[in-house]
Design a protein around this ligand. Structure first.
Ligand code: CMC
Length: 375
C-alpha cells in the first residue's frame, strides 16, 4: 500500500471530542466550561475553577464550601509515604519525587483499582488535596527540614506557601499564585493530558494516569519550560546583555525557552494576565531585573522571529519572585494540572475507546533469522 499521510507530533489531528476546555487559536483564547480563563483568573479562586473543571459548572456558595471542606480534610499524607519520601535521594528532582509519591499513593489508596466514575472522582479529590503536601515533604526532607503539617483552615494557595515556605505571604502574593494555578489548570489535549487519557483508555486507574501525566509534564518542551525559563533569565542575569545573549541563541539555532506554542501561533491569552501578576511580584520584591530581561527577550523574539511567549515565560519569574526555588516550578504546575488531567480521565472513562494509532513501518523487509554463527 501507498504511504499514508503521517501526522508527526499529531499536528492538526482531532483525536476525540471534549467539553472540558476550548482553545481558539484564531483569537488566541482559552475557555474552561465556556468561561475565558483570564476572567476566571481575575474573579475566581483556584478552588472554584477546580470545581468547574470537575463538574462543568461553577459552584454556588454552599457547593464551594463543601468542596473546600472535603479537600482540606484530605491533605495529610500517610506516615508510610512520609517515610518513603525521607528515603528519596536528596538530589532527586522534585518532579521525579512527586511522580513517585503519586505512584505510591496509588499503592495505598483504598479504591486504587476501582475505575468507576464515582471512585475515580473520590481518588482525584484525594490526590488534589495531597499533592502539595507530598511536594513540600519531598522538598523539605531533601533539605533536612521537618515536614510541616497541612492546616485545614488554609485556602489552597495559603496551604502551598505554608507547607513549602513555612509562611503565608501577603494577599497580593497569594492572589498571583492563585492566578497561576487557574491559568495552569487545563489546556485541552496537550502532551501530559493526552498521556493521562491514553493510560485511561486501556482501563487503567487514575493514579496510573496521573503518574504518567507527571512524567510527561516534566519535559522542557512542556511543563519543564517554566523552570528552563528561569534558568535562562538567571544565565542572562543582566538586562544589558539580553539582546546579545539572544543573538547567540539565534546563531546556534537554539530554542528560546518559554516561546512558541503548538496551537497558538500569534499569542497565548494566558500570558498578559500572568505577566501582570509577575509584574506585581517584581514590585512586592522590589526587583525588576527578571521582568526587564523578559521584556527585552519578548520584544526581540517578536520582531526578529515573530514568535510569541507562552504561559511558562511569565510564570517562571513569577514563581521565582514569590520565593520558590526553581526545581519546584514544574511540581507547582502539577499541583494545578491534576485538576485538568482528572477532568479528562473522567471524560475518557465515560465514553472510552482504546487509543491505538497505527505506525508506518520503515524497518527491514521480512527476512529469515540467521543462525548465531552467521551474525
Ligand atoms: N525558540 C526558537 N525557535 C522556535 C521556538 C522557540 N522557543 N519555538 C518555535 N520555534 C521555531 C521552530 O524552530 C520552527 O522554525 P522552523 O520553521 O524554521 O523550523 C518554527 O518556530 C515553528 O515551530 P514548530 O517547531 O513547528 O513548533 P511545534 O509546534 O513543533 O513546537 C513547542 C511547539 C512549544 C514545542 C516549541 O515552540 C518549543 O520547543 N518551545 C520552547 C519550549 C517551551 O516553551 N515549551 C512550553 C510550551 S507551552 C506550555 C506548556 O506546555 O507548558
Amino acid at each position: 500500500p501507498e504511504k499514508p499521510t503521517i501526522y508527526k507530533g499529531l499536528v492538526g489531528v482531532y483525536a476525540d471530542v471534549s467539553s472540558v476546555s476550548k482553545v481558539m487559536p484564531e483569537t488566541n483564547s482559552l475557555t474552561y466550561g465556556g468561561y475565558a480563563v483570564q476572567d476566571l483568573a481575575e474573579t475566581c479562586s483556584f478552588e472554584e475553577v477546580a470545581y468547574l473543571l470537575w463538574h462543568g459548572e461553577l459552584p454556588n456558595a454552599a457547593q464551594l464550601e463543601a468542596f473546600k471542606a472535603e479537600t482540606s480534610s484530605q491533605r495529610e499524607i500517610s506516615p508510610a509515604l512520609q517515610r518513603v519520601i525521607r528515603e528519596f535521594p536528596h538530589d532527586a528532582h522534585p518532579m521525579d519525587a512527586i511522580r513517585t509519591a503519586v505512584s505510591f499513593m496509588g499503592l495505598e489508596d483504598p479504591e486504587a483499582g476501582d475505575v468507576s466514575d464515582a471512585a475515580q472522582r473520590r481518588k482525584a479529590m484525594r490526590l488534589f488535596a495531597k499533592i502539595p503536601t507530598a511536594i513540600a515533604a519531598a522538598y523539605r526532607a531533601a533539605k533536612g527540614q521537618e515536614v510541616a503539617a497541612p492546616d485545614p483552615k488554609h485556602s489552597f494557595a495559603e496551604n502551598v506557601f505554608h507547607l513549602i515556605q513555612g509562611r503565608v505571604p501577603q494577599p497580593e502574593v497569594l492572589k498571583a499564585f492563585d492566578v497561576s494555578m487557574i491559568l495552569y489548570a487545563e489546556h485541552t489535549f496537550n502532551a501530559s493530558t493526552y498521556t493521562a487519557r491514553l493510560v485511561t483508555s486501556s482501563g487503567a486507574d487514575l493514579h496510573g494516569a496521573i503518574t504518567a501525566g507527571i512524567a510527561s509534564l516534566k519535559g522542557p518542551l512542556h511543563g519543564g519550560a517554566n523552570e528552563a525559563v528561569m534558568h535562562m533569565l538567571k544565565e542572562i542575569g543582566d538586562p544589558k546583555i539580553a539582546r546579545e545573549w539572544l543573538q547567540s541563541r539565534f546563531d546556534h539555532k537554539a530554542l528560546v525557552m518559554g516561546f512558541g506554542h503548538r496551537v497558538y501561533k500569534s499569542g497565548d491569552s494566558r500570558v498578559p494576565t500572568m505577566r501582570k501578576y509577575a509584574e506585581k511580584m517584581a514590585e512586592v520584591v522590589q526587583d525588576r531585573t527578571w521582568m526587564e530581561i523578559s521584556r527585552i527577550l519578548a520584544d526581540e523574539m517578536l520582531t526578529k522571529k515573530n514568535i510569541h511567549p507562552n504561559l511558562d515565560f511569565p510564570a517562571g519569574p513569577a514563581y521565582y519572585l514569590m520565593g520558590f526555588e526553581i526545581p519546584l516550578f514544574t511540581p507547582l504546575f502539577v499541583a494545578s494540572r491534576i485538576t485538568g488531567w482528572a477532568a479528562h480521565v473522567f471524560e475518557q472513562g465515560a465514553d472510552n475507546r482504546l487509543i491505538r494509532p497505527l505506525s508506518w513501518y520503515t524497518g527491514p523487509e521480512q527476512r529469515p533469522v540467521p543462525p548465531m554463527a552467521a551474525r
